[in-house]
Design a protein around this ligand. Structure first.
Ligand code: SF4
Ligand code: SF4
Length: 423
């Protein structure tokens, strides 16, 4: 880093617009305890305050080589726990995502092969619904003929990746939702459902249960067929331009829908930030129509009593639901209405599990250390089930619980809210 320049002396015209946001940080340090990477590594440069300082220095031209700060920003989960803790309202996530985009353009950029493959996979496969469906068809076939076992035996598939990935669901489980699901009983309204790319391909059955839950509670559900991936994983990776194209397609696909429901916290947080990503009134208006399924059902009220579930359940809050969307109490409010269910206290519910999109694939050892803390807290809390509403968190927590040798099972909250089947 070169000698510091007083920001007061620098021409503000030369500074990027986001620089002003870094000045909101008053260096109080109240965010440090909330930061999972600071918790594990204990270094200032891997804390929110330290990273903000590095990003401000970058904006002011005091960073000679961006590669010097990149590892600290790469190690950030973008979990935004620091935003919840910050009394000054620093918009850390927005700053980080902008800087990541700028760092991608740096000519001295060096990235590991794994990072390059992940970026290419996100841009050229995940962002295209047809290609993603083909990817999962091939992955299912490869698993069926034993290629995954072979890759595991030959150590081609890294053990931490193998441990994380669930089996590829069958074609029947992965099939897309129909365009319209009729309301059951007296109709209370009409909602649109955002299916999500990972949710459709890996947790298709949970998508089906989500629309069934809405329909059984009196809502007609439309599933616009022109919808695309939300773009969250691309934004985390600093690829905001292709994410903008996806966002524009989604705004158009849901143009006539009054309420847009998500069951994936990561997608929901992204959709609710389309206004900032696209900077248009239509995107801003769309963002205000998006709601997580738990926030929607808590607001509207459950008409049907959920099926009985005699289990002790810990609710684990996805970061992009509690920190990014401010949805905190609603999932627990709904779970308390499940007959027989006992909600057990979970002190680290709002701590990150280490998933953070594909962070656990790119930073496996740090993600595993963060995940171990989560698994330890859950294993000693007396729960039999863990409920959490984000696909990445479901996979990461399940993998960490397996690694810890605990029998806890991970479910999505909607699985516990369905009414009993009608005879
Ligand atoms: S987003 Fe999460 S990991 Fe990153 S600095 Fe904030 S609290 Fe730490
Ligand atoms: S809590 Fe907010 S103001 Fe305080 S150091 Fe952290 S980011 Fe800066």
């Amino acid at each position: 880093m070169s000698a510091p320049t007083s920001p007061g002396c620098a021409s503000t015209d030369a500074l990027p617009a986001w620089h002003r946001q870094t000045l909101d940080c008053v260096h109080c340090g109240l965010c440090l305890e909330a930061c999972p990477t600071y918790g594990v590594l204990g270094t200032e440069t891997d804390s929110p305050r330290g990273r903000l300082y590095l990003m401000r220095a970058f904006a002011e031209g005091r960073v000679d080589d961006p590669e010097a700060i990149r590892p600290h920003l790469d190690r950030c989960l973008d979990c935004r726990a620091c935003e919840t803790a910050c009394p000054s309202g620093v918009r850390y996530g927005a700053i980080l995502e902008t800087v990541r985009e700028e760092l991608r353009a740096s000519p001295t950029r060096t990235r590991t092969l794994r990072m390059k493959l992940a970026s290419a996979w996100l841009r050229h496969v995940v962002a295209h619904v047809g290609r993603l469906r083909w990817f999962f068809r091939l992955a299912r076939f490869a698993e069926w003929i034993g290629l995954r076992r072979l890759a595991r035996a030959m150590r081609i598939l890294p053990p931490e990746v193998d441990a994380l990935l669930p089996r590829v669901p069958s074609a029947a489980e992965r099939r897309p939702l129909p365009a319209l699901i009729a309301a059951q009983g007296e109709r209370r309204g009409r909602v649109a459902f955002f299916a999500g790319c990972v949710m459709e391909s890996v947790f298709g059955e949970i998508n089906r249960k989500t629309v069934e839950l809405l329909a059984s509670n009196g809502f007609e559900v439309v599933v616009p067929q022109g919808q695309r991936c939300c773009g969250a994983l691309l934004v985390h990776d600093g690829q905001r331009e292709p994410a903008r194209a996806l966002a524009a397609a989604n705004v158009a696909a849901f143009a006539n829908c009054e309420v847009v429901i998500t069951n994936s916290a990561g997608c929901g947080a992204m959709l609710r930030e389309y206004g900032e990503l696209l900077g248009t009134a239509a995107a801003d208006e769309f963002a205000h129509r998006c709601l997580d399924i738990t926030a929607f059902l808590a607001r509207e009220g459950l008409r049907e009593t959920p099926a009985r579930c005699e289990a002790r359940v810990a609710y684990d809050a996805p970061c992009h639901l509690c920190h990014a969307q401010g949805v905190r109490t609603q999932p627990a409010e709904l779970l308390k209405q499940v007959p027989g269910l006992s909600l057990v206290p979970h002190a680290t519910s709002e701590d990150c599990c280490g998933s953070a999109g594909i962070y656990n694939l790119l930073q496996p050892s740090l993600a595993a250390a963060i995940g171990r803390r989560k698994a330890d807290a859950l294993a000693t809390g007396g729960a039999e089930l863990v409920a959490t509403g984000n696909p990445g968190c479901m996979m990461q927590i399940a993998a960490c619980l397996r690694a810890a040798g605990t029998p806890l099972r991970v479910v999505h909250p909607v699985e516990l809210l369905l009414p009993p089947p009608k005879r």
